[in-house]
Design a protein around this ligand. Structure first.
Ligand SMILES: Cc1cc2nc3c(=O)[nH]c(=O)nc-3n(C[C@H](O)[C@H](O)[C@H](O)COP(=O)(O)OP(=O)(O)OC[C@H]3O[C@@H](n4cnc5c(N)ncnc54)[C@H](O)[C@@H]3O)c2cc1C
Length: 452
């Protein structure tokens, strides 16, 4: 192997971040083993540790682009499995208190082709597609039903993991171990156990809840939009809903609410919540539709950001990524794309390492600042939106007020200039850097609007 960095790498967690990580490690290690504690069947279903998969999972363009770059067959795979595509700017409608729009804050009132496709699918289908693409690599293996208990730390580096393997084995050695164990990652505990510091955390108390179910789409439904959003501007609209067409002519509906205004799980309460939204549209669509899934609930009290990039020491042979670093308020649909973009940053770093002489030495300390850069944009976008609600708990960024004014004026421009609308959409889809919204000549135009 030309770009070899080691013999064996282990990935803890076989969900999205873990699968994509295995994909990029496979270019540099003879063998990559994914250890996943859940029993996972080879079908597009969710597994025990992914309860969030019962709720609508939007894949932003930024994540889709990374997945397409990692897996040449990704979009074909999504099509084959039955994911639904729509044209961004045309196929999503926003039902706002003042009527129907094609942008989230209502500045765009007519469909406008933004030039890219968005996929709608269940979380199970997406993960299945990524798993199939990853396991086509002959040097990647997947062990399900295999929880990792701890790191093996000897001779000043992580040498492998202790785990319960289905074949009865209880450890596995490796040159590199990557923890993609999700929000509940045990990495902080494992680090403490082997004498290292743990990352500080920033949290934002968003106090959010989802209740979701699925419906068979009635044959009579003939509207062109695939994704319907029912919300209103903060801070007066803590409640809302998303409904999208996913595989098998199914609507996936997620009702959401903050600060105690949570969507219920009982059938009557669920329908009543939908009926009480600011528009009758959603209730009219679902009231006679056949419900084909249970109503499931998810509470999301806090967004969490773990500052691995601030640590001054970290064990060699170990890395952490995905939700284990940053877990975002799900309403902005950023988590999977953030994980994908962290993996992309790792891929770039591994390519550089393979071309140089450092090998795996100091890999984590080089990776964490890059991961922090990736995470900064979605975290800032989400934090700005969440702190528009006075009840949100946490330290407000010092420039929160200035940002709110700047973005308010910028969103105003999106109604007048479709190029600005496209740029803003691409930034919020994590496909362009956040800094693009502050660059000239756009900045001067926004500032002029603020002064007028
Ligand atoms: C309600 C809700 C809705 C969401 N909606 C969206 C959305 O619309 N769009 C979006 O992009 N994101 C969304 N997200 C976020 C998204 O689900 C996560 O960002 C994504 O799943 C992160 O992937 P991950 O692989 O890092 O972690 P996870 O998906 O949490 O996977 C971690 C995996 O590691 C395994 N594991 C953990 N510990 C061990 C261990 N010790 N040994 C072995 N295996 C282990 C687990 O079993 C699991 O399979 C949502 C989240 C929530 C809560």
């Amino acid at each position: 192997m030309e770009n070899r960095l080691g013999q064996h790498a282990i990935v803890i967690g076989g969900s999205l971040a873990g699968l994509m990580t295995a994909r990029v490690l496979a270019d540099h290690f003879d063998k990559v083993t994914i250890l996943e504690r859940d029993e996972i069947d080879d079908n597009p279903a969710i597994h025990k540790s992914i309860p969030q998969g019962n709720h609508l999972h939007a894949l932003l363009l930024g994540g889709q682009q990374v997945m397409s770059s990692l897996y040449p067959d990704f979009t074909n795979g999504m099509d084959r499995l039955g994911a639904v595509r729509f044209r961004a700017g045309i196929g999503a409608a926003f039902y706002l208190p003042d009527g129907k729009a094609y942008s989230v804050l209502g500045s765009v009132r007519h469909p406008y082709d933004l030039g890219f496709d968005i996929f709608c699918q269940s979380r199970g289908l997406l993960e299945h597609c990524v798993r199939q693409c990853t396991l086509e690599l002959t040097n990647v293996s997947f062990e399900s039903g295999c929880p990792v208990q701890s790191l093996i730390y000897e001779d000043a580096r992580v040498q492998g993991v202790r785990c319960s393997r289905p074949d009865g084995g209880d450890y596995l050695s490796a040159d590199l171990v990557v923890d993609a164990g999700g929000r509940g990652s045990r990495a902080p505990r494992w680090l403490r156990n082997i004498g290292f510091g743990v990352p500080e955390e920033t949290t934002i108390g968003v106090d959010f809840a989802y209740s979701s179910t699925k419906f068979r789409i009635p044959d009579s439904y003939d509207e062109p939009e695939k994704l319907l959003v029912f919300n209103g501007p903060p801070p007066d609209h803590p409640k809302g809903a998303f409904m999208e067409e996913i595989e098998d002519r199914t609507w996936h509906l997620t009702l959401f609410g903050r600060f105690g205004e949570y969507p219920p799980t009982d059938e009557d309460g669920f329908y009543a919540f939908a009926q009480a939204l600011h528009t009758p549209k959603l209730y009219d669509l679902i009231k006679d539709a056949e419900r084909v899934a249970e109503i499931v609930h998810f509470r999301f009290p806090t967004s969490v950001l773990r500052h691995y990039e601030h640590l001054t020491a970290f064990p060699e042979g170990f890395l952490v990524l995905g939700d284990a670093i940053s877990s975002f308020n799900p309403v902005y649909g950023q988590g999977m794309s953030s994980a994908a973009m962290q993996v992309k940053a790792l891929q770039q770093l591994l390519t550089e390492r393979a071309a140089g002489s450092d090998g795996l030495d100091g890999l984590a300390m080089a990776f964490f600042p890059k991961a922090a850069e990736v995470v900064a944009a979605p975290w800032t976008l989400a934090a700005n939106a969440d702190f528009a609600y006075p009840q949100t708990k946490g330290e407000r960024p010092p420039d929160a007020r200035e940002s709110r004014h700047y973005f308010g004026a910028l969103f105003g421009l999106t109604g007048e200039d479709m190029e600005v609308y496209k740029l803003v959409a691409e930034v919020f889809q994590l496909a362009k850097p956040l800094s693009a919204l502050r660059e000239e000549p756009l900045r001067s135009r926004v500032e002029a609007r603020l002064r007028s």
